[in-house]
Design a protein around this ligand. Structure first.
Ligand code: SF4
Length: 66
């Protein structure tokens, strides 16, 4: 992300799903961690956002419909 900004390849970097998957991710990056986010971009969090709490649903029981 830093390189993309520094090299002019991007004007901004926005993260959302990685923070949903791991709320401690920003602190880990700031601490020097280089591991990738555990978000797999399945978009289940966005799919359920209108009807269920905003959280990572990958590998978890899905909220009941209705
Ligand atoms: S539900 Fe999927 S897209 Fe959303 S944070 Fe979890 S792994 Fe990422």
């Amino acid at each position: 992300m830093e390189a993309a900004l520094f090299n002019g390849d991007a004007d901004a970097v926005a993260l959302s799903r990685p923070f949903i998957a791991d709320p401690k991710f920003p602190r880990k990056i700031a601490g020097g961690a280089t591991a990738l986010s555990r978000c797999i971009q399945c978009n289940l969090c966005l799919f359920y956002a209108p009807v269920a709490p905003l959280k990572c649903y990958h590998g978890k029981r899905m909220p009941a419909a209705g």
